[in-house]
Design a binder for this molecule. Structure first.
Ligand code: CAO
Length: 653
């Protein structure tokens, strides 16, 4: 065992750098390249990797400390036989400057095997130094030829640097936010077979950065004061795609403002305005394929533009009309959902994202102006896009308007309460039926926009008739309560008013009209509320309905209903008449679209046009799903129903 002190490596001359994160704790076993701490200046942050395997035995810095190159960070206990110097300045070697890293282009076979090659930064189109903004893979990753390894960026362009061939990335020699230039070694790669020649190790991006390459050319054909802008050096790339037009025709722009964004499969670049002026119009549109020298816009330099109208006549028929400014992207499938769109906010009109992120966004139909970047300096990463899509999908699933028929509502849960703090309680487990009922009620209540309409039916004559038939019915073994009459009246009212005998199809596109009439009977049972279904009530007589209803109610109370006995209802009747109450608002038993609530009948004085007469009045309530039924439909249905109950002979008509 020996102890090694890990020190701050070369940090590019930066001084008093903040320690913003300690990534390990005392006792941790660490491996080579594992992050130990994170440092940050106002320009960059860097992770300090571990130079060798060991166990952290002492931390010598804390978050908030300011440290410099060579400062001790922590002490490692290693398995090495020979002890390292007490204050070993060994760390720098582990950071960015590997032993014998050649300054120039890649050379084959740097380290262990002859198959290892060093990868160097390719031609940057004349740009001096560019910033490394993303390492696309982890050391140890197997990559295919052309897989992106790095993303580089100037203030005007970003580019992916692809793998020159298939292999395994052994290590990166660079870190995010490093400045790199052509020829810098950035990674060591293990490739199959013999060492690759140096040239194969140099990745050639499809498009080089057009940093100093903007080339407005005076257009001979253009009217005085207007010039046509030509595309700059594209690093030899042909067939580059126009992916964004950044300003609307007629817009005043400043020098260096982005006018269009071009993209190959490996790089994207902004093409900036050459000077202050007015972008008169575009000669290209999004999706066009362009090459160096192509005329892409008509531009009026500020010096020449006194007062140019917002849409001056372009010298050539420019493609101004169909151009959408970048702030109004055409594609946003997520925001097609109204409910979601309301919640969406445009985060930024300046899209700061690399080509691979832009490509992913296009594949997923994501509007990048709405994505918040969490990368360095607010850059949009692929993870940002994925999180955006995930969140959008979750919101869509929760948005009732998005799924008017099948959806739910993301309402906050009722907080948990410990009732025992207020007094003695007993906890009784819910029966399965009660749990199912609770779920069904919540589902119906949250999904169905309910309207409840009230009325009274004069059952004086009905009750007189029922009572006159009771003894006869009893002889036939039938208990004749008001319920069979209500079932028959409802069945015939549904026949007369078929707009109530429907269900919304779950696809949200259709209404299911039913040519059968099955009536659900809400039953209070010892196990909870159950709703057996009496089939074809429109085709049955009162005695048969009464007999079947009694059997179903008994089976419900005895817990003997079969699943089929509870399926297929068109409409439910819930009667609390035997219990009392003047009115209640029943919940629609979805996917049925309406329910009848029956309260306790009472003798009431009713004006017959000449005098008040005592009548037995039955309070009724119809709740209906306002997605499927309009108030006028309910008015018709309810009037028909009340008339049938008041004069039961009407069910024969
Ligand atoms: N007004 C006054 N009296 C009424 C009445 C009314 N609306 N409805 C029934 N009665 C009387 C009956 O006349 C009967 O007495 P008689 O036969 O001697 O005249 C007595 O009350 C008992 O009737 P019942 O309740 O046994 O029979 P029913 O067919 O009317 O009802 C059932 C059966 C299953 C609907 C009922 O027992 C029940 O369980 N209701 C509860 C429904 C429920 O819980 N719904 C959920 C509410 S929230 O949606």
């Amino acid at each position: 065992m020996s102890k090694v002190t890990v020190a701050v490596p070369d940090i590019g001359g930066a001084e008093n750098v903040d320690v913003i994160e300690i990534s390990v704790a005392i006792g941790d076993t660490v491996t080579v390249d594992q992050d130990l701490i994170v440092l940050e200046t106002d320009k960059a942050s860097m992770e300090v990797p571990c130079p060798q395997v060991g166990t952290v035995v002492e931390l010598l810095v804390s978050v908030g400390d300011k440290i410099n190159e060579g400062d001790a960070i922590l002490v490692l206990e290693t398995a090495a036989v020979e002890s390292a110097p007490a204050e070993a300045p060994a760390a720098p070697a582990a950071i960015a400057e590997p032993a014998a890293a050649p300054a120039a282009v890649s050379a084959a076979a740097a380290s262990t095997a002859s198959q290892r090659i060093e990868l160097t930064i390719p031609d940057l189109g004349g740009a001096d130094e560019v910033t490394l903004i993303e390492l696309c893979v982890e050391p140890g990753t197997e990559v295919a030829a052309e897989d992106s390894l790095l993303v580089l960026e100037t203030d005007k362009a970003s580019m992916d640097v692809p793998a020159p061939e298939a292999g395994k990335i052994i290590e990166f020699k660079v870190s995010v936010d490093d400045k790199v230039k052509e020829g810098d070694v950035y990674a060591v790669m293990e490739v199959a077979g013999a060492a690759a020649p140096a040239s194969t190790a140099v990745a050639e991006p499809a498009v080089s950065a057009p940093v100093a390459a903007v080339a407005p050319v005076a257009a001979p054909a253009a009217p005085a004061a207007e010039i046509e802008l030509a595309l700059p050096d594209l690093g030899g790339a042909d067939g580059v795609t126009v992916i964004e037009l950044c300003v609307a025709p007629g817009t005043a722009v400043s020098a260096e403002d982005s006018l269009i964004v071009l993209e190959t499969d490996k790089a994207s670049m902004d093409v900036p305005a050459p000077e202050d002026g007015i972008l008169v119009g575009f000669k290209v549109k999004e999706g066009d394929t362009v090459s160096e020298g192509d005329l892409y816009a008509v531009f009026k330099p500020a010096a020449a533009s006194d007062a140019v109208a917002p849409a001056p006549a372009a010298p050539a028929p420019v493609a101004a009309a169909p151009v959408a400014p970048v702030a109004a992207p055409a594609v946003s499938p997520v925001s097609e959902n109204g409910a979601v769109a309301v919640e969406e906010e445009t985060v930024s009109n300046d899209i700061y994202a690399g080509p691979s992120s832009r490509r992913l966004a296009r594949q997923l139909g994501v509007d990048l102006t709405k994505v918040k970047g969490t990368g360095i300096r607010g850059r949009i990463t692929k993870d940002d896009i994925r999180s955006y899509v995930k969140n959008a999908l979750q919101r869509t699933e929760q948005a009732p308007a998005a799924k008017a028929v099948t959806g739910g509502a993301g309402i906050p849960a009722i907080p948990a309460v410990d009732f025992s703090q207020f007094g003695d309680i007993d906890m009784v487990k819910l029966s399965k039926i009660k749990k199912v009922t609770a779920a069904n009620m919540s589902r119906a209540w949250l999904n169905v926009p309910h309207v409840t309409q009230f009325d009274e039916a004069d059952i004086t004559d009905l009750e007189a008739f029922r009572k006159s038939m009771k003894a006869e019915a009893e002889k036939a073994g039938i208990k004749l309560t008001p319920m069979p009459f209500l079932i028959k009246a409802v069945a015939m009212a549904l026949r007369a008013e078929p707009s109530f005998n429907v269900s919304l199809h779950h696809d949200g596109e259709h209404m299911v009209h039913k040519n059968y009439v099955h009536i659900g009977i809400a039953c209070d049972t010892p196990n909870g509320l159950m709703v057996p279904v009496l089939r074809d009530a429109d085709k049955k007589g009162i005695y048969q309905i009464a007999r079947e209803a009694n059997e179903l109610i008994k089976a419900a109370r005895d817990g003997k209903l079969k699943p089929r006995d509870m399926q297929g209802g068109c409409f439910t009747i819930s009667s609390l008449g035997a219990m009392g109450g003047t009115a209640f608002t029943p919940i629609v038993n979805a996917p049925e679209v309406a329910i009848l609530g029956v309260s306790k009948a009472q003798m009431k004085p009713v004006w017959n046009g000449q005098e008040f007469v005592p009548r037995n009045m039955l309070p009724l309530a119809v709740s209906y799903d306002h997605r499927a039924i309009n108030g006028a439909d309910c008015g018709r249905f309810f009037t028909t129903l009340v008339a049938m109950i008041a004069d039961i002979r009407r069910v024969l008509l």
